[in-house]
Design a protein around this ligand. Structure first.
Ligand SMILES: N[C@@H](CCC(=O)N[C@@H](CS)C(=O)NCC(=O)O)C(=O)O
Length: 228
């Protein structure tokens, strides 16, 4: 990285979206300054409001002062800006597919699995749990016994949906429910282990027990905030 470059990451310690960006920067060997929001749900910093006035969400990557927002978009920006350890597949069809699965996991799987933890009513929780299991079935089919979605090594899709390997268990525990069944999803099960044990990932995983505790304490607040 050229000396004059300045890279800052605005985030919070327990955000799956923020961690995907941390993993990508680590994979690329990019040094960055980590800046944490203190109370994201109730009071956002001036820097966040200025950098992401539309969504007011983290992560925000500040590259030489210029903000890049939306985690999947940030991952692609990182891949194009620092070409070492290419994350995106070279083939245009494979790239389109990787983007598709990343969006699917974000929009369908994350929403349903988080709702299965947080939803205020039991019926809503159960419905979300069924929807989440269905998503996992599709991901299992897509992975088909490969060590990583990127093939033999971690790629864009692994990073983009890597939160599954760590956060899903946290939501299951905090919500006293189960989505992941290793006997039904053996490839995903192996991938989860491969992913969290990988040298690029393992040092940038928020503490599991701390996350469970925080989620249990704030379940109602989160359900209200996300209108679940
Ligand atoms: N689609 C966004 C989602 C980011 C997101 O939801 N971030 C959460 C933290 S995990 C946030 O900033 N929440 C504050 C809010 O919703 O006001 C992305 O991929 O970057």
């Amino acid at each position: 990285m050229a000396k004059q470059e300045e890279v800052k990451l605005l985030g919070v310690w327990n955000s799956p979206f923020v961690c995907t960006v941390k993993w990508a920067l680590k994979l690329k060997g990019v040094y960055y300054e980590n800046i944490e929001e203190e109370d994201l749900l109730y009071s956002k910093s001036e820097l966040l409001l200025r950098s992401n006035p539309i969504y007011k969400k983290v992560p925000v990557l500040l590259h030489n002062g210029k903000p890049v927002i939306e985690s999947l978009n940030i991952l692609e920006y990182i891949d194009e800006t620092w070409p070492a350890n290419q994350m995106m597949p070279q083939d245009p069809y494979e790239r389109a597919m990787a983007r598709f699965w990343a969006k699917f996991a974000d929009e369908k799987f994350m929403t349903s699995s988080f709702e299965a933890f947080a939803a205020s009513e039991e019926e809503k929780q159960k419905k979300a749990q069924v929807a989440a299991v269905e998503c996992l079935r599709f991901l299992e089919e897509h992975l088909k016994g490969k060590p990583f979605f990127g093939g033999e090594t971690i790629g864009y899709l692994d990073i983009a949906i890597g939160w599954i390997a760590h956060w899903l268990q946290v939501w299951e525990e905090a919500g006293s429910m189960k989505i992941m069944d290793p006997t039904k999803f053996p490839s995903i099960n192996v991938w989860m282990k491969n992913f969290v044990e990988s040298p690029v990932i393992k040092d940038d995983l928020p503490l599991r027990d701390k996350m469970v505790l925080v989620l249990q304490e704030n379940r109602k607040t989160l359900a209200d905030f996300y209108k679940m």
